[in-house]
Design a protein around this ligand. Structure first.
Ligand SMILES: [Cu+2]
Length: 243
C-alpha cells in the first residue's frame, strides 16, 4: 500500500508579516520515501520485533522550513497491518512529533520528530551554539499483539533518542534475548563543550508514564513549548507528559 500525504506548512500571520517586509523566500517541496516494516532490534539490549522506518526507530526526522510542503511516500511492509500516522504541529514553527495511530505501533517504534524552522534571514528570539533532539518513550518487550492483550503489563524500560538499557539480570528475562554488550543499546550520549549553549528539542511519546527530565548539575532555560516561544524561565527539571 502506498500512501501519499501532503502536508502544508502555512502560517497566515507569517505570510502577512513577510509581505509587509521582504519578498517571500520560495517555499520548498521536501520528499520523503519511507518503508515501514518489522525488524529485530535491541534498542535497550533486549531483542524484540520493532517497527522501523527505513530500518530505524525512531524514524527519520522531518526537517522543514515554514511554508514548505512535505510529501511522505510510505510503503507499508507490515504484511497484515494497516498504518496510520498522526502528524503533530504541521502548521507551526517548532518541534513536533509524528507517530503511528494504529494498534500499538507507536509503542513499538513507529514514531519520529518534525522540526519546522524559520526561513533563512529570520532568527529565533534566543541564541545558542549547538542543537540536539531527544525523544522520550517507554518501551515494551511484548509484541504489539501480546501487549494489546496484556495492557496492564508494567512498563519495562525507557528510551531516550532510541536508546535505553534494560537490566539483563532481571528475573524472567531470557538470556538469549538480552545482551548488555550489544552496541545497539549503548546509552545515548551527548558530548558538550563547557560554556556553550545547547538548544535541546525534547519530545515525549510515552504511552503510560509522565517523566521528569533533568540534566545533572545544570539548570535549563525553557524558551518555547508547543510551537510557541515563551518568556524564558529557568527550571531544574522538566515534567513531560505524553503527547
Ligand atoms: Cu498524536
Amino acid at each position: 500500500m502506498i500512501v501519499f500525504l501532503f502536508l502544508s506548512l502555512l502560517s497566515v500571520k507569517y505570510l502577512y508579516d513577510r509581505l509587509l517586509s521582504d519578498p517571500l523566500p520560495v517555499p520548498r517541496i521536501r520528499h520523503y520515501k519511507w518503508e515501514v516494516k518489522y525488524e529485530y532490534k535491541s534498542p535497550d539490549c533486549y531483542k524484540i520485533l520493532a517497527i522501523t522506518i527505513n530500518g530505524q526507530t525512531p524514524g527519520p526526522t522531518i526537517e522543514a522550513q515554514l511554508n514548505d510542503t512535505i510529501i511522505v511516500e510510505l510503503k507499508n511492509r507490515l504484511l497484515a497491518e494497516m498504518v496510520a500516522v498522526h502528524w503533530h504541529g504541521i502548521h507551526q514553527l517548532g518541534t513536533f512529533l509524528y507517530h503511528a495511530h494504529y494498534g500499538l505501533q507507536s509503542e513499538h517504534g513507529l514514531y519520529g520528530m518534525i522540526k519546522v524552522s524559520l526561513p533563512p534571514g529570520d532568527s529565533e528570539p534566543y541564541t545558542y551554539d549547538y542543537g540536539e533532539s531527544i525523544i522520550l518513550v517507554d518501551w515494551y518487550h511484548k509484541s504489539t499483539y501480546e501487549h494489546w492483550t496484556l495492557l496492564n503489563t508494567l512498563s519495562l524500560g525507557r528510551r531516550a533518542s532510541g536508546k535505553g538499557r534494560f537490566n539483563c539480570s532481571t528475573p524472567g528475562s531470557e538470556a538469549n534475548l538480552c545482551n548488555a554488550t550489544n552496541p545497539e543499546c549503548s546509552p545515548h550520549a551527548m558530548t558538550v563543550v563547557p560554556r556553550k549553549t545547547y538548544r535541546l528539542r525534547i519530545g515525549s511519546l510515552t504511552s503510560l508514564s509522565a517523566l521528569s527530565f533533568e540534566i545533572e548539575d545544570h539548570n535549563m532555560t525553557i524558551v518555547g513549548t508547543g510551537g510557541h516561544n515563551v518568556e524564558p524561565f529557568i527550571v531544574k527539571n522538566l515534567f513531560i507528559y505524553s503527547s
